[in-house]
Ligand binder design. Structure first.
Ligand SMILES: [Zn+2]
Length: 281
């Protein structure tokens, strides 16, 4: 194991570019499990479970709330749970510590915005499915994405009986229609200028890295994931000097034979693996 960790550190050290790909498993290693009906969910969202009958944060995201007051009570609570007044987790701090001096880019389907919280700059971040802190027009009358922190934390602080006061509920400044959090849970999700710009930055990073020493560092991405894992494996296959490093647990750790010689897989708790890597750095 020690040797594996040294190899990972050596690859990171000599890399010209590092692309970090992260999905749900990384959040779980921080203690955030949006698919689970666990003690954390019951403690933080138990009242919503009782009133609306959903059993996880992700179900709440897809729930059809009967009123705007109830919808915003949930989404502001979620924002609060993920971000408000919280320091970055040890997991994210370690990850940042590991790559902060390198040329890196992050692609993630996580919606908790914990990369930015840990200091990863926005311009090196592509949040494919959006972020729990940003707002958009539900009608999509224009594609601007609004920072929602102030509104969301005010709504989180001022809710009662599962509702927020009407005067705090955001309205689209252009069409006056409802707004929603910029998350890909329905067809309204805007892939407008801001989303396209991040996508372009990701593509550009890959293009510039062509032929150079590239590390694809994958954290907690499921074995059959098509959004992040499949492109990472393809890129490793295509790029002569690429190294694929994947951190995951048990059966979710998957490396195809075609790229096995260019890959390092670490089966274990991501929080502990990152801690160990930073200590050995
Ligand atoms: Zn609008």
């Amino acid at each position: 194991m020690e040797e594996k960790y040294s190899n990972v550190l050596a690859k990171i050290k000599e890399a010209d570019g590092i692309i970090i790909g992260a999905s749900n498993g990384l959040s779980i290693s921080e203690g955030i499990h949006i698919f689970a009906e666990n003690a954390d969910f019951l403690e933080n969202f138990g009242d919503f479970r009782e009133k609306h009958g959903f059993h996880s944060i992700i179900q709440g995201c897809f729930h059809r709330f009967p009123t705007e007051e109830e919808k915003w009570a949930f989404f502001s609570r979620m924002y609060d749970y993920f971000l408000y007044d919280k320091e970055a987790s040890p997991v994210m701090k370690n990850l940042y510590e590991l790559v902060k001096d390198k040329n890196f880019f992050v692609v993630t389907s996580n919606i908790d915005d914990h990369f930015r919280q840990a200091g990863f700059p926005e311009e090196r971040l592509f949040e494919i499915e959006g972020s729990s802190r940003n707002l958009q027009c539900t009608n999509g009358c224009h594609d601007k994405i609004y920072p929602g922190d102030e509104l969301l934390s005010a709504m989180a602080r001022n809710q009662q009986d599962g509702r927020v006061p009407l005067d705090l509920i955001p309205r689209c400044p252009e069409c006056g229609g409802p707004m929603q959090v910029h998350l890909e849970f329905d067809r309204n999700f805007l892939k407008g200028e801001a989303w396209q710009a991040s996508y372009r930055a990701y593509r550009d990073f890959i293009e510039i890295a062509h032929g150079k020493k590239l590390v694809l560092l994958e954290l907690g991405v499921g074995a059959r994931n098509q959004l992040i894992k499949a492109p990472f494996m393809n890129l490793t296959h295509l790029e002569e000097n690429a190294t694929y490093i994947t951190l995951n647990k048990g059966r979710e750790l998957f490396i195809p034979n075609e790229i096995a010689a260019k890959s390092i897989g670490i089966d274990g708790n991501i929080a502990e693996v990152l801690e160990q890597l930073v200590q050995m750095k």
